[in-house]
Ligand binder design. Sequence first.
Ligand code: COA
Length: 260
Amino acid sequence: MSDYETVKLEKRGSVAVLIINRPDKLNSLNSKVHTEGVAVLDQLRRDETVRVLVITGAGEKSFIAGADISEFAGQTSVSQRNVFLEKTLFNSIDNFPKPVIAMINGFCLGGGCELALACDIRTASEKARFGQPEINLGIIPGGGGTQRLTRLIGEGKAMEMILTGDMIDAQTAFTLGLVNNVFSPEELETKTFELADKIAEKSPIALQMAKEAVKIASRSNLDEGLRREIDLFAVCFSSEDKEEGVAAFLEKRKPVFKGR
Ligand code: COA
């Protein structure tokens, strides 16, 4: 379905799947992955038939084993800063208006962990391994790791992962709240798509407003967050989907949401 070199795009009903496709390099993120991934997300954000996005890595071994380290060689501080200030996949995911699920099938390291953190929900295989090993290269996370990991699992545990660079297993990641669910490798896909399909049945407008409102919680103070929640709640009242949801409840039937 796509002509990309480093990513693949598939569609299963109203769920799109973005596969990072460099298995021989453990799906590490080079600049082409960022460019192609951003292009795919731009396409999907306009595609009304797509209601949920799942992101995963090609092959059995790795989700994403970090930034492509070979691209760091020779970069200066200014050039590397500009790379990360440009349109990255991290930012495109963060700004994507539809729900995004990271389906973590293996190594989830460095930029891979940061990419998963930019997603809304994370499901993981029991075989997945997580870490922010940048410290071992004499650098620190630059794709949001110090900020999003800390907000998600707290300062102490984020500090330990980032300062040691050690990997943790999927069960530990679950205990820390880094992933929402852990499944056997055989079940990962089925369970993740069950979750994606369940979300895809909801009103796309309500999903977008809900996402925006929840994200505000870790980015503003309580008074501002509560005020903005009311505005986003009110936006839902301008939708046909709200009328459909209310009518379906009163008529004791399943709603059919159209995203209008
Ligand atoms: N950047 C570039 N290439 C990478 C990579 C990365 N982040 N991670 C893995 N690769 C490449 C390896 O160089 C190797 O390529 P080669 O076959 O051409 O030599 C290939 O992917 C397979 O990796 P390999 O190291 O042989 O697999 P392994 O099972 O022995 O080890 C890891 C797996 C994940 C532990 C190891 O690859 C690793 O530590 N990767 C780097 C992780 C990292 O530091 N990420 C943060 C970057 S900021």
